[in-house]
Design a protein around this ligand. Structure first.
Ligand SMILES: *[C@@H]1O[C@H](CO)[C@@H](O)[C@H](O)[C@H]1NC(C)=O
Ligand SMILES: *[C@@H]1O[C@H](CO)[C@@H](O)[C@H](O)[C@H]1NC(C)=O
Ligand SMILES: *[C@@H]1O[C@H](CO)[C@@H](O)[C@H](O)[C@H]1NC(C)=O
Ligand SMILES: *[C@@H]1O[C@H](CO)[C@@H](O)[C@H](O)[C@H]1NC(C)=O
Ligand SMILES: *[C@@H]1O[C@H](CO)[C@@H](O)[C@H](O)[C@H]1NC(C)=O
Ligand SMILES: *[C@@H]1O[C@H](CO)[C@@H](O)[C@H](O)[C@H]1NC(C)=O
Length: 319
């Protein structure tokens, strides 16, 4: 096991040297190069490869038109005061149906949530819709001075959270509009993946609390289940009893939506433990009689993953 730590240490050192050398490596906060090609490419790839079936049924979208509309939502606006008003066309051009019982809301579990939703095959997060996918992991910003109306590639962009210096960037406006639309599209049972390592577990100033929860339609959504991941579970009880989650349950009950909370549901833990086999929560997978919900083992991949984990755990115990 020791040489693994050596490798981790050197990767850590090199990663940090790399990050300071931002001249050659694009990094977080720097506007993406070739934005037009990236947007058209993501739009095409999503329809052809990620969620082909829904567009076969509802019609393929014109990605050139979607790019024009995306760009027109942001150009020639103040970098830190971008309006949501111009996003309506982009939203309607990229809108597609989401099957009932699939919407996955989340906070504080990125990038894990994307592994868990599996590109919309298991659940659908906002970034598993065409509307969100196009902007996911892309950086851009508005500029009311430049001739293009957008910041050119390589320049610094404010992120998607409000800061004292920047009230509403292009990316923030995008995620607000897209999140509202995503919430409005939900039906049946919805899921909310939360992380109990963060305090409070449910916070009133998050995208979920501010832009999604109020837009979940209570005539379409009947049930909401919090899937809580607790990496270091304690004997003393489930984090589902947390007072911030009580507030969430009240807000849902006011909307006549049934509320449930499941800590460390077995399929969540299995997926998490594929990449984090040493986490304490993974011990529960050794216990096949554990109280957590049993997942249907006819899913061959899950079964193989489970066998792998058991072997890993047994080997590391004898280490
Ligand atoms: C797609 O949209 C662009 C821009 O609006 C337009 O020029 C082009 O003709 C459209 N393509 C098709 C196949 O409709
Ligand atoms: C943002 O723009 C709106 C008009 O679009 C204006 O009313 C508002 O005062 C601006 N806010 C800031 C913080 O500049
Ligand atoms: C999105 O499409 C659905 C049908 O799939 C429709 O009911 C809804 O009104 C559309 N929403 C927008 C904003 O275009
Ligand atoms: C939960 O939050 C902690 C603290 O921010 C973070 O280290 C951890 O990676 C998160 N867990 C998941 C599954 O994202
Ligand atoms: C835009 O141009 C005006 C006048 O030319 C200048 O005062 C302002 O600082 C510029 N804003 C940005 C964001 O560069
Ligand atoms: C397990 O899944 C298979 C196919 O996905 C299904 O036929 C079977 O009924 C499921 N079993 C249980 C116990 O849910």
């Amino acid at each position: 096991m020791k040489y693994i730590w050596c490798i981790k240490f050197f990767v850590f050192i090199f990663a940090h040297v790399d990050a300071s050398n931002s001249d050659s490596c694009q990094s977080y906060g720097i506007s993406s190069a070739n934005l037009r090609e990236v947007i058209i490419g993501k739009c095409t790839f999503f329809q052809e490869n990620i969620n082909h079936d829904v567009f076969c049924e509802e019609g393929f979208r014109n990605c050139t038109q979607i790019w024009e509309s995306f760009k027109n939502s942001f150009v020639h606006q103040p970098t830190c005061n971008v309006s949501l008003d111009k996003m309506t066309e982009y939203i309607s051009l990229t809108n597609h149906s989401i099957p009932p019982n699939k919407n996955m809301f989340w906070e504080n579990v990125y990038p894990f949530v994307s592994r868990f939703t599996n590109q919309g095959q298991r659940y659908v997060s906002v970034s598993d819709t065409l509307t969100g996918y196009i902007g996911d992991a892309v950086q851009w910003c508005s500029d009311d001075n430049s001739t293009t109306g957008m910041t050119s590639s390589g320049q610094t962009c404010p992120g998607f959270e409000t800061t004292p210096d920047c009230y509403q960037s292009a990316q923030r406006a995008f995620w607000i509009a897209v999140s509202k639309h995503f919430a409005q599209s939900a039906s049946g049972e919805v899921f909310i993946l939360l992380n109990s390592s963060v305090t409070p577990i449910f916070s009133l100033d998050t995208y979920f609390a501010v832009y999604e929860l109020p837009h979940i339609a209570n005539n379409l959504v009947t049930k909401a289940t919090v899937l809580l991941i607790t990496e270091n579970p304690e004997e003393s009880g489930s984090k589902c009893e947390d007072s911030s989650l009580t507030k969430l349950s009240q807000k849902l009950k006011e909307k006549q939506i049934q509320y449930f909370c499941i800590e460390n549901r077995r399929d969540v833990v299995m997926t998490f433990c594929l990449d984090n086999p040493e986490a304490k929560v993974c011990d529960m997978l050794l216990d096949t009689t554990s109280g957590a919900e049993i997942v249907n083992m006819s899913n061959v991949n899950m079964f193989i993953a489970w066998v792998g984990l058991v072997i890993f755990k047994l080997l590391s115990k004898t280490d």
